[in-house]
Design a protein around this ligand. Structure first.
Ligand code: PBG
Length: 331
């Protein structure tokens, strides 16, 4: 009996939790700067960068200030940005035609960045919502629904122009059926063999995108409509795998799940099923929720890294997060 007492418990998991060094030796997942992509906003005709109410610590940049921001991100070890435009309101229209103007604001910003900093990886969305006056990601048919096949013809053109401007990774975020195949074919035909496609494959119709709408100033155009007729229903996971399978077959190099934290099960299932490069987007609402709680001292700052590690645990290879810059300073 005494003997038993002395020996028990022989398995003491706490041996490997004694101090930081030993904990790090047995860490199953690590977060590094290579895991982080910073989303950035650029606004046409902006003189000075401006803060975004609903996204604490994030700014709308001018054509000039974005260059300085990229320089700083590179110096912090960030290798990639996802760039989103806020275009001149007067250029928005029913069909989003400014999206296919090869000299539009975003294309010229991308060219400028690439001229200064060719090493930064630029990811750009393919979708019409920054360019339409109704805020939908595509063109509408006579019933007011987003017309799939007409839209992908425009997206094909938008993607081509982004690639020609120097975008390294084209990221269709529109959720039209068949868009990856059409864009891949166009890129191949134009000998843009090195342009990668990051498919927002499992993009849910989520309310966690709220602060993004403030960031890109689309709230007043979009109102309280929904994107339920093209983005995925939040209840589904088999459908997410179906979406990913289609995008891989159509030529996607990387697939993505979005949002992140409420969809960790989807990240895990996508990674386990396909073993493809799998990215996750910690979207605006997730970031702002944590930030607000941190600013109120309801949560400690360390929750941000904890949230990012949960993506690594779930199997994500890389994370788009508004916290990329601040976390890179800590790593
Ligand atoms: C546009 C787009 C959205 C986001 C990225 N690209 C919004 C939407 O689809 O309504 C959301 C990103 C975020 O919330 O951080 N197609």
């Amino acid at each position: 009996m005494t003997n038993f007492k002395r020996k028990y418990p022989a398995t003491r998991l706490r041996r490997l939790r004694r101090n930081n060094s030993i904990r790090n030796l047995v860490a199953e997942n690590v977060l590094t700067k290579d895991d982080l992509i910073q989303p950035v906003f650029v606004k046409e005709n902006l003189k000075k960068m401006e803060s975004i109410d609903a996204l604490p610590g994030i700014f709308r940049h001018s054509e000039e200030s974005i260059i300085k921001e990229i320089k700083e991100l590179i110096s912090l070890g960030i290798k990639a940005v996802a760039i989103f435009p806020v275009i001149d309101e007067k250029k928005k229209n029913e069909t989003g035609s400014e999206a296919i103007n090869e000299n539009n604001f975003l294309n010229s910003v991308i060219k400028n960045i690439k001229k200064e900093y060719p090493e930064i990886i630029i990811i750009a969305d393919v979708a019409l919502d920054p360019y339409t006056n109704h805020g939908h990601d595509g063109v509408l048919n006579e019933n007011g629904d987003v017309a799939n096949d007409e839209t992908i013809k425009v997206l094909e053109e938008q993607a081509l122009n982004l690639a020609l401007a120097g975008t390294d990774i084209i990221a269709p975020s529109d959720m039209m059926d068949g868009r990856i195949g059409v864009i891949r074919k166009k890129l191949e035909q134009t000998s843009l063999f090195e342009t990668a496609i990051l498919a927002y494959s499992a993009k849910y119709s989520s309310k966690f995108y709220g602060p993004f709408k403030d960031a890109v100033e689309s709230t007043k155009f979009f109102g309280n409509k929904t994107k339920d007729a093209y983005q995925m229903a939040v209840a589904n996971i088999d459908e997410a795998l179906h979406e990913v399978a289609l995008d891989i077959n159509e030529g996607a190099d990387i697939v993505m799940v979005k949002p992140g934290m409420p969809y960790l099960d989807v990240v895990r299932a996508v990674k386990e099923t396909f073993r493809m490069p799998t990215f996750v987007y910690q979207v605006s609402g997730e970031y702002s929720m944590l930030k607000a709680a941190i600013e109120n001292n309801w949560l400690e700052e360390a929750v941000m890294i904890e949230s990012l590690l949960s993506f690594k645990r779930a199997g994500a290879d890389c994370i788009l997060t508004y916290a990329a810059k601040e976390i890179a300073k800590k790593l």
